[in-house]
Design a protein around this ligand. Sequence first.
Ligand code: C2E
Ligand code: MG
Ligand code: MG
Ligand code: MG
Length: 280
Amino acid sequence: QAKDAGRGVARYFSSELQSEQDDRVRLEGDIRAAIDSRQFHLAFQPLVSAKTQKLVGFEALIRWNHPKRGFVPPNVFIPVAEECGLMGPLGEFVVDEACRAAAQWPEPITVALNISPKQIILPSLPNTVSQALGRYKIPGNRIELEVTEGVFLGDNNQTLDVLSRLRALGVGIALDDFGTGYSSIGYLNKAVFHKLKIDGSFVREAGTRPENVAIIQSIVQLAKSFRMNVTAEGVETAEDFERMRDLGVDTIQGYLFGRPLSFDRANQMVTGLASKRMAG
Ligand code: C2E
Ligand code: MG
Ligand code: MG
Ligand code: MG
């Protein structure tokens, strides 16, 4: 009896796993096709200065409008792309598009883009980035790469080497989702990061959880002592904003100041700002 039930459970799980597996295989094929037929595009989420609330840049976030599935979030397809070795071509697309956007905008507007740990282990990454900078004739300091603590799970010497080759191009490097992953505090003194990004989960819960305020305070202190900037992600309310500003955060990102926008909408924000600057 028990044995039968056990087999039933096993069969149930295996058929569920099988269909999950099928889904992944389909998704993998779809990603390959989507790269070729340019179904991906970047959305741009504004970042503002905590002091002045002025636009200082954007984070480029990849978007996929699948012809049948509709919108597929990056948290769903990026892991699949990483597993099946498609992060190289997908990442190159992101680097190219982000540089193309940065070249359209005036200083000091910067464009940040996300780099997967699977791209960091590609020794060609610094070349890919420097070629894209050359293609659009922009200096390295117009873009910023965001990496997560996950980059330190592999060969750390190689990772640090790639990161410092990128820094040598003048490119800023931010440690994204700081505090959520495997602690990489030991790597902060290698001087490769110029910025820490506090994960939105800490920010949004700071109003109800005093321990989150303590975490944010120590991240800010840590950043200051290594001369890094701090960005708070996930700022959704005026209270979130004021709390982060008062805690000493430099840059703010979140739905309060804007959702990820199409290039055209982002461009309108930039040109609106430029005309306000000229008028003022
Ligand atoms: P991330 O780099 O930490 O990006 C921030 C995420 O938080 C984005 O989700 C953004 O839309 C969302 N967000 C921003 N403000 C708020 C807010 O106020 N409230 C809430 N609830 N969410 C907010 P998205 O675009 O779905 O991206 C999710 C993750 O996927 C990113 O996290 C990043 O790890 C990855 N990703 C996105 N684009 C790329 C890419 O081009 N390349 C790589 N390798 N990864 C990417
Ligand atoms: Mg990011
Ligand atoms: Mg983040
Ligand atoms: Mg994230």
